[in-house]
Design a protein around this ligand. Sequence first.
Ligand code: NAD
Length: 496
Amino acid sequence: MSQDLVGHYIGGRSVVEGDRRGQVFNPALGEVVREVCFADADIVGAAVDAAESAQSGWGEESLARRQRVMFSYRDILQNNSRRIVDAIGEEHGKVSGDAAGEFARGLEVVEFACSLPQVLKGQYSESVSRGVDAYSVRFPLGVVAGITPFNFPAMVPLWMAPIALAAGNGFVLKPSEKVPSAALVLAELFVEAGGPPGLFNVVQGDQEAVGEILAHPKIKAVSFVGSTAVARSIYERGTQAGKRVQALGGAKNHMVVLPDADPDLVSDSAVAAAFGSSGERCMAISVMVIVGEHGDDYLDAIAAKMENVRVGSALDARAEMGPLITAAHRERVGSLVGQAESMGAKILVDGRNHPMAQGPGFFFGPTLIDGVTSEMEAYKQEIFGPVLLVMRAADLTDAIELVNRNPYANGAAIFTESGGAARRFVRSIDSGMVGVNVPIPVPVAYHSFGGFKNSLFGDTHVHGEEGFRFYTRAKAITQRWAGEGSTATLHFVTNN
Ligand code: NAD
């Protein structure tokens, strides 16, 4: 990426307009690398008009033609993966293996979207009454929008766009203003794949652009992914404006470890799931709950593995963990660690002292804290940094109650060799995504992603068949043809 000013992508072309701009950092350097235009009402209006006009033809296209474009989109994305991975590395800071992993998971959603003729098949009931048949089919909504967070610049937009487009809609994406470039590549490549210009638009910006999206009467549905406070507000404002809304929020994911768990699997999983992407994942493990008295061996193994985590920039091919997104966020993570320490928690590994944390980049070293209690802010808040909290529970019941008291409910995992304990955990845990000896149980593209409670506002999860349901509406048709026994009656019709 080299341009100094990132614009919007509307009607199949780049649009650089508007006086309001934001700064885009390279977090590994701690430097501004470019600016980004911020959309106003006119820009959002232009994107919606472009989407509406392209959608009218696209919604009429055969399923086969739409499917072919999606197949071609999949291949073109794959062939351009380097552009996307590099944009993620520069603006987000995650290391290249991690950026490639996020891209691969996003691509799987495009692959799933290629199954559109199968998923959009309707249902048919013959002879529901004498001479009468009934069927239901799903139609696109029209123009729909996505608003996405900084932490997955490609994967989260790809949770939404492929399904919305495959289902026959026009799409307006508002990516995070901190990582504006990857989204542009996704939209440009859709046109290269044969998608109609204007069907997939990108408007850059901050909360003003979001407000315009929520207020626009032609946008029928909004998918949002971001922090809980914003998700709640988007859900309230969007539904009040008569839109369909799915708003995924923050998380506090627990990993419950029973005494019979495999020790190597536990320590490897804890390190990978807590510190991968610097903990800036909505499915990162934030809290390890050790059940029983067996914890110290695990903590020694985890601390030893943490010493070997190589912290560095996306340009360092051997780096495993990059920086945090902003200087302010690093401050906040440091202050939550300090507050836990002052309330008596024991800092076993202190990321504030990591050599990389002393430089101009926004790095923070892996941190392990034992003796955490539920009164500490580090436990109450989503930290979204490379900090693993350790808590203790007397037994599985105690652990399940602890997890279920937490207001977030995205993911939860259990580590055990006992099938009975795992089954009990799966059934009684109040989280949308559950792992059994899997620390980050992100569902594959053909299942759906989403949590409960403060981690999701709305009732539909993203991608999978629920994704197609979110971006379509069903019509139920009851039909009769002349000569098939029609009789007029003023009574309410029965089907006997
Ligand atoms: P954020 O809420 O700050 O921003 C998300 C989007 O909302 C961005 O596009 C941003 O421009 C916009 N926005 C920010 N403030 C706004 C406001 N006041 N009004 C309207 N729009 C606003 O989130 P973030 O910091 O970019 O991302 C990190 C958060 O996202 C974390 O809380 C993380 O858990 C969450 N997240 C959740 C999931 C999930 O699936 N549940 C996935 C990824 C990230």
